[in-house]
Design a protein around this ligand. Sequence first.
Ligand code: GLU
Length: 463
Amino acid sequence: MTVVTRFAPSPTGLLHVGGVRTALFSWLYARRMGGKFILRVEDTDRERSTEEAVRVILDGMDWLGLAADEGPYYQTRRFDRYKEVLAGMLAAGTAYHCYCTKQELDALREQQIARKEKPRYTGICRERREPRPGVSPVIRFRNPIEGAVVVHDLVHGDVTFQNTELDDLIIARSDGTPTYNFCVVVDDMDMGVTHVIRGDDHLNNTPRQMNMLQALGTAPPVYAHVPMILGPDGAKLSKRHGAVSVLQYEEEGFLPDALLNYLVRLGWSHGDQEVFTRQEMIAAFDIHDVNKAASAFNPEKLLWLNQQHLMRAEPAAVVPYLRAQLRRIGCESSDQALLEGVIVAQRERAKTLKEMAHNSRFFFVDRIDIDPKAAAKHLTADGRAALTQVRARLAALPAWDAPSIHSALNALAEAAGTGLGKIAQPLRVAVTGTAVSPPIDQTLALLGRERALARLDAVLAVS
Ligand code: GLU
């Protein structure tokens, strides 16, 4: 049997890490099993759905590299199909028209509350044969009245719901539009979904969905309801905790693989391995191993993992992301060797690509500004005197590479009887504008002879 999973976000809020994690689990499981992953946008709630939210879903999935094998499907484009299934259910008697008015239902509800009963629809219209003039009916699902539904959940184990607890759900409103739980059922059936992996806030919908699938003659899929991600205060992660659009992580300079690695480890483990490449995740992930305890979001750990991924990735694979960050601060470069060199030189001291781009600006601009504090400290008369010698020595180097630069600077320090720092710091300030940079020999090698010497000249000219 081919495994078919789906990610089915509602575009009513901007996709954030909670949704991304369910998407990831669904995607990973499909990849692991050689199956199919479907993207389905559940946009039937037209009032609350926004185009911006749809865009974040599509762009976010794209940035994350969670490509769908099918879709995106949009529920709003499937209304004809839902109507067809509704008509079939009415004909088969597994659904019926309900003519109860809002006032009648409100009165029923009040009586039930007064009697301390759980408010529920009692099936008044179940056996009605005749329409009621002047009332546009809703359509209800005829839920079984006896027995129980057992959800064999891969994360929660068996969860039993009594049918007496489930009343006859409205599956189409009086204007004919289908409701949420019904659309999910039709879609999962039509799309041949074998494994429904979603947040455990949907667990209570599942017995109703299973009953409807059964009424439609379809075997239910396997369910895995994964725990929510919590904020540091133990409440479900929300906007309040800064649960922002997934695209914000792109902007902040995270690698998609680092974010995915972070999210896969929330509620799932594989020995004590922390850092996973995408391929390793696919090879090791099993939805059966996700545990049911909710986990809290830890931004520090995400930063740590991001740096781990920066350090381990092929520099060439990081280049497009660094370029995108550089563009945000007004720097363009298509010099592949320089970009890769900068990544290797900077990745030990940057946790994000945003930080890396910021620290590396001096490599990509024509003119640098020199930090006045660093200048006051290092571009002193002594510093400048040292720079004059450095300039002459460097200009005469036959080869411009880190080892040659390194030995030239060492020779100068030795001849002057000083530490390398006395030379390296003024040099660093002169060519980078600050007192912090990767090792000076690497920095100069990457900058190139012409630009390095021009920057020295600019500093020496104003003395
Ligand atoms: N559209 C639902 C949501 O965004 C998910 C439904 C499902 O996965 O079955 O929460």
